[in-house]
Design a protein around this ligand. Structure first.
Ligand SMILES: *Cc1c(COP(=O)(O)O)cnc(C)c1O
Length: 393
């Protein structure tokens, strides 16, 4: 029996293996890297300590004792799992409290938690757009946005990166019933910021719904860590905000903040919300504690800014000008995947972990090293990374 099965399987697993070999030849194969300890500004991998420039743990909160302690306390009080969706019996007072806090942070009427930021994008886009509608999507939007567009069945039109003029052209030519505009606010692979006032103006002029993904902005930008939308000072009314708890907030999970009717609609119509077990209490407790730190310790954001400036200036001085980053995401564009991997290996040999980002995460020909900074890095760490770079091309 077993041997029949494995024989039957060998044909198609051989095809998978061939495809993997093809990825390997093109320097596009990926593998999991497992550090020994926790996720801080240093990682221990294969017995070596490496400076970590790869994490989205921007404020260092994932291992903050207040955040990790709140996770443990929430698990003790409410259990390791709620074992049901929110709509059955999987809600806790912590879930409700976190939603109120997120709505307040983002200046919306209501919020809804999802199990991840990926699912929050899927949940918002598939509920708000359907066949017959049109979604206008920035060319460099995250895979979770692309997948949400695809799964919605709406027609998707891609506008040039951060080009509100191109967006306006495409949307003016559209006769779709409902129009959605979707963009990241801080772009995850480039660290640049969307032209939010211009996007909001196009949305208003064409009566379109604006969906903004604040995954890399929440906790990082704005005087109180509210994000890029608050920092831009645009009218937040009518904007659907998507976010994650898994980056600067040091926890896991995602959320949508919007008007009360929109959130009520998601509760009733968003499949990644309805058919998914609610977030574990530990994740919710951790995020609540992280929001307290985000509000109370603006110096973490100031520190992150100063370190990012030091890295950008150092890269320029070293003849490696980074692209248009204005955030703690600082990419060094290298072009082809093998070149990016070579720099990754060189940095790693010098005790610096900064991963090569390759297609399909980024467009063909734009492979890069992405430095993600943390408020808990020190200047010496930045200088060590700079010193380990190859000479400029
Ligand atoms: C990381 C990321 C997500 C997904 O968030 P998770 O909580 O990790 O699922 C969504 N959008 C953007 C822009 C991201 O960078």
């Amino acid at each position: 029996m077993a041997s029949t099965e494995s024989r039957a399987a060998s044909g198609w697993t051989a095809a998978l293996a061939d495809e993997l070999a093809g990825l390997e030849r093109r320097s596009l194969r990926r593998a999991i890297l497992t550090p020994d300890g926790g996720q801080g500004e240093r990682l221990r991998i294969d017995g070596r300590d490496l400076l970590n420039f790869t994490s989205n743990n921007y404020l260092g909160l994932a291992s903050d004792p207040r955040v990790a302690g709140a996770a443990a306390a929430a698990a003790r009080e409410y259990g390791a799992s709620v074992s049901a969706s929110r709509l059955l019996c999987g809600s806790t007072p912590l879930h409700d409290r976190l939603e109120r806090r997120l709505a307040a942070l983002k200046g919306g009427q209501a919020a809804l938690l999802y199990s991840s930021g990926y699912l929050a994008n899927l949940g918002a886009l598939t509920a708000l757009a359907r066949p017959g509608d049109a979604i206008f999507s920035d060319a460099l939007n995250h895979a979770s946005i692309i997948d949400g567009c695809r799964l919605s069945g709406a027609e998707t039109r891609v506008y040039r990166h951060r080009d509100a003029g191109h967006l306006a052209e495409l949307i003016a030519a559209s006769t779709a019933r409902r129009r959605l505009i979707v963009s990241e606010t801080v772009f995850s692979m480039d660290g640049d910021v969307a032209p939010l006032p211009a996007l909001a103006a196009v949305a208003r002029r064409h009566d379109a719904v604006l969906v903004l993904d604040e995954a890399h902005a929440t906790g990082v930008l704005g005087p109180g860590g509210e994000g890029a939308i608050a920092r831009a000072g645009i009218d937040r009314d009518g904007i659907v905000v998507v976010g994650t708890l898994s980056k600067a907030l040091g926890s896991a999970g995602g959320f949508v903040v919007a008007g009360a009717t929109v959130v009520d609609y998601l509760v009733n119509r968003s499949r990644p919300f309805i058919f998914n077990t609610a977030l574990p209490p530990a994740s919710v407790g951790a995020a609540l504690a992280a929001l307290d730190v985000v509000a109370a310790e603006p110096e973490r954001r100031a520190r992150l800014d100063a370190l990012a400036r030091r890295l950008r200036e150092g890269l320029i001085a070293a003849g490696h000008p980074p692209s248009a980053s204005e955030t703690p995401i600082v990419p060094l564009l290298l072009g082809d995947a093998e070149a990016a991997l070579a720099v990754e290996r060189r940095l790693r040999a010098a005790g610096v972990l900064a991963r090569a980002i390759r297609p399909p995460t980024v467009p063909e020909g734009t492979a890069r090293i992405r430095f993600n900074l943390m408020a808990t890095h020190d200047e010496a760490a930045i200088d060590r990374a700079l010193a380990a770079l190859p000479p400029p091309p």
